[in-house]
Design a binder for this molecule. Sequence first.
Ligand SMILES: O=C(O)c1cc(=O)[nH]c(=O)n1[C@@H]1O[C@H](COP(=O)(O)O)[C@@H](O)[C@H]1O
Length: 243
Amino acid sequence: MTHEAKDRLIFALDVDEFAAAEEWVKTLHTNVGLFKIGKQLFTRCGPEVVKMVQKHGGQVFLDLKYHDIPNTVAKAGVEACRLGVKIFNVHALGGEEMMRRTVAEVDAYCAKSGSERPLLLAVTILTSSTAETLRGVGIDRPVDEMVVRLAQLAKTAGFDGVVASPKEAALIRAACGSDFAIVTPGVRPSFAALDDQKRVSTPAEAIAAGATSLVIGRPISAARNPLEAAGKILLEIEAALAT
Ligand SMILES: O=C(O)c1cc(=O)[nH]c(=O)n1[C@@H]1O[C@H](COP(=O)(O)O)[C@@H](O)[C@H]1O
């Protein structure tokens, strides 16, 4: 496998125990470059679990989806830098000022400390949401319009990319240009179940639409042979990159 494909595969460590997380990292690190630590695992285990992934040679996507007043999110972002994570994210719905302040404080911290600057991603509209979900919170716009609008806002604020459904990757690529990262969850290889995801694509479709990395959890963790499932996904990513 080339590093190219492996570094585009992000495994969602959606487990509640340190030992289970470590087992996954040991099992998958040959086929997976980045491990996503989300709210469940981080709330249970804290920064120690970030260090554990790094100790095994994996890189960390800290998926805490910050959404708060600008000062609070910017300061949380600096703490994410201090942990040495490769990627962290916020909700684009937190607004332009929240994102701008975060970029400014992260840049200042990294310049001063000499640490590598993480990739800053903004979540657009969650892949579990539909037009009905948006209407329920008073947003009467179509999902794809909101996604593009939030992606453009993130780019204007200085963010490196977005988290979005692969269904909207092509629209984001067209609106935000070629050097903007598009990280897509909601990816389901043909061998996997949909679970609670609603707007999904296969790995090949996601890459062809312009996704730069894929976040995949249950299609790997629920597979009979998870390492083999990750390997099949890598092959699909490689084939899509070659076309
Ligand atoms: O930010 C995310 O990672 C994320 C955003 C989104 O819109 N949808 C989404 O599913 N996710 C995350 O991506 C992962 C998807 O996991 P699976 O559905 O098991 O592949 C979960 O950890 C979600 O929290």
